[in-house]
Design a protein around this ligand. Structure first.
Ligand code: CA
Ligand code: CA
Ligand code: CA
Length: 196
């Protein structure tokens, strides 16, 4: 029993850590060539303006998403989650024909921003950069490129990654409660032995 208790306790802690670090990446190899809404698992991709989104070859030579470009607005993409998410990461990139202000922002279920990040690439940049945000209770993300006048335009998006919030799942909770109970029981027995 004395060896078993630390082992169960360690297993509980590993289970908790495991639920926080499980990441899923969507590489858009299964996405249709163009769509207004596309779901993969618990994630649904749309454009913020309701326009078409294309799955085309990007600067990393695999399928990327890119918003339909129309003069006068900057196409932004949106990902909605069917459950709370604790991490969002996306690769954004472009070719060397303009400067881009890469952008990722995450929101809770009521639309309150939980964090945002940007990265300015210059006109000579060609390729992909990774933007990521960790926060609890993420329900949707908006990503692409922001305007300042003169820069900003479409950018390509790929390898959209999300991780579930760091909340122990029911099975983990059950294991933890059992583990704490065993630890408590062992401690009580140790106290009883000392008194005797
Ligand atoms: Ca891809
Ligand atoms: Ca560019
Ligand atoms: Ca661009």
């Amino acid at each position: 029993m004395k060896r078993l208790v630390p082992a169960i306790f360690a297993a509980c802690m590993l289970g908790w850590a495991g639920s926080a670090s499980a990441l899923t990446t969507i590489d858009f190899s299964l996405a249709p060539t163009s769509f207004t809404s596309y779901s993969e698992g618990p994630v649904t991709f749309t454009s913020v303006t309701g326009s078409l989104v294309y799955a085309v070859e990007g600067p990393n030579f695999t399928n990327n998403l890119i918003g339909e470009y129309e003069a006068g607005y900057i196409p932004l993409l949106r990902a909605d989650f069917a459950l709370d998410v604790g991490l969002v990461s996306v690769e954004l990139g472009d070719y060397a024909d303009d400067a881009d202000l890469l952008y990722l922002e995450v929101f809770d279920f009521s639309g309150v921003s939980l964090g945002s990040t940007t990265l300015l690439t210059d006109e000579s940049f060609e390729g992909m950069e990774t933007l990521s945000i960790t926060a609890s209770g993420i329900r949707f993300a908006i990503f692409g490129a922001l305007p300042p006048a003169g820069i900003g335009s479409s950018v390509y998006a790929d390898n959209f990654t999300y991780g579930l919030s760091a909340v122990p799942e029911p099975a983990t909770w059950a294991m933890m409660i059992t583990g704490f109970g065993l630890v408590g029981g062992a401690m009580r027995r140790r106290v009883a032995t000392q008194i005797a």
